[in-house]
Design a protein around this ligand. Structure first.
Ligand code: BDP
Length: 323
């Protein structure tokens, strides 16, 4: 009898110690099914589970149900949520260095953006994010953002007088103001209704997001200004990550890197498909042969920003000097 009891006790203790070392993480994702990042975050969760033999499990909450992006960023910084797939745009107000990517036309293309991130500038941004509690484990693709509205936007003058929704970052309000438009910062979840009811006249985003949350159902023209190429990250609360053993850190990082590669492949295919789908649904996509006037309008945005943040000049130069 005594023996049986102690065996039971040993069994229970073994269970407890296993549970004590197992961690369950929550992950934030703003997108719904059908968006490449949703599939990539699900893949990340599977890969973490495999690579850590179940020592870390990640439950992904899609559709922004854990909160708006600025709120979720705060929660990851505080450790209330462990992981997120974040856009670097809303990170700029929290981590100044991340604002490099929110300067309009700073990157020549998506590959150029990745080259900058893989170099010294990316290291500086990543270190500053980690110091703020948001450690980037891998960078993911978010294509280029363009304007959409009820009319084509072919020159900066077409933005004049329009109320345009932007993400939460002063650089985007300056960008719209520099063209004579009225910027309206707003949570992603509110944009479709705002477009529908005319609270805003337009917005800007990439094709997958334009399609996935139905913005194409309430606008008519998508104009290829490609004024912002903003990367995203799979980011983890720094303290949580740093507290892991070296093996677990390598496993989690490896899972994020693999999920990010998967995301980039999906992005290439699905962003092209999203464009075809919105065109088939009646959206007129207009090319902008000369982006020069948009770039010229942004000179003031750069001048004002760098006058207020002279310490950012070095990062801007690094990005511009990257081939
Ligand atoms: C999407 C990004 C998402 C942003 C959203 C927005 O993936 O993180 O919240 O744009 O415009 O492209 O708010």
């Amino acid at each position: 009898m005594f023996k049986k009891r102690s065996l039971l006790l040993i069994g229970a203790l073994a269970c407890l110690s296993f549970n004590a070392s197992a961690e369950s993480w929550r992950a934030w994702n703003i997108h719904n099914d059908g968006h490449p990042n949703t599939a990539a975050m699900d893949r990340f969760s599977e890969l973490v589970n495999e690579a850590t033999s179940g020592e870390i499990t990640v439950e992904v909450f899609h559709g922004g149900v854990l909160g708006s992006q600025p709120d979720a960023l705060e929660q990851v910084r505080l450790g209330a949520i462990e992981v997120g797939n974040f856009n670097l745009g809303p990170i700029g107000p929290v981590v100044k260095e991340a604002n490099l990517v929110s300067l309009p036309f700073i990157f020549k293309s998506v590959p150029h953006m990745f080259r900058v991130l893989e170099g010294e500038a990316g290291q500086t941004i990543g270190d500053a994010m980690a110091a703020a509690g948001l450690k980037p484990l891998a960078w993911v693709d978010a294509g280029a953002r363009s304007f959409y509205s009820q009319k084509p936007i072919e020159t900066p003058a077409d933005v004049e007088g329009l109320k345009i929704r932007v993400m939460n970052n002063d650089l985007y309000t300056s960008m719209i103001s520099a063209m004579g438009g009225n910027p309206s910062p707003m949570a992603f979840s509110e944009v479709q209704q705002a477009l529908k009811t005319g609270v805003v006249d337009g917005a800007e985003n990439n094709f997958p997001s334009f399609k996935n949350v139905g913005h194409y159902e309430v606008t008519t023209h998508y104009s290829l200004s490609e004024h912002l190429i903003i990367p995203e990250c799979i980011c983890v609360n720094t303290a949580k990550f740093d507290a892991l053993s070296a093996e677990l850190q390598a496993a989690v990082r490896g899972a994020a890197e693999e999920a990010a590669l998967f995301q980039r492949e999906l992005w290439a295919v699905q962003s092209e498909q999203a464009r075809k789908d919105v065109e088939a649904a009646g959206i007129v996509v207009n090319e902008i042969a000369d982006k020069g006037p948009f770039q010229a309008a942004m000179v003031k945005v750069y001048d004002d920003y760098l006058a207020a943040n002279p310490d950012m000049a070095k990062l801007v130069e690094m990005a511009q000097a990257t081939e």
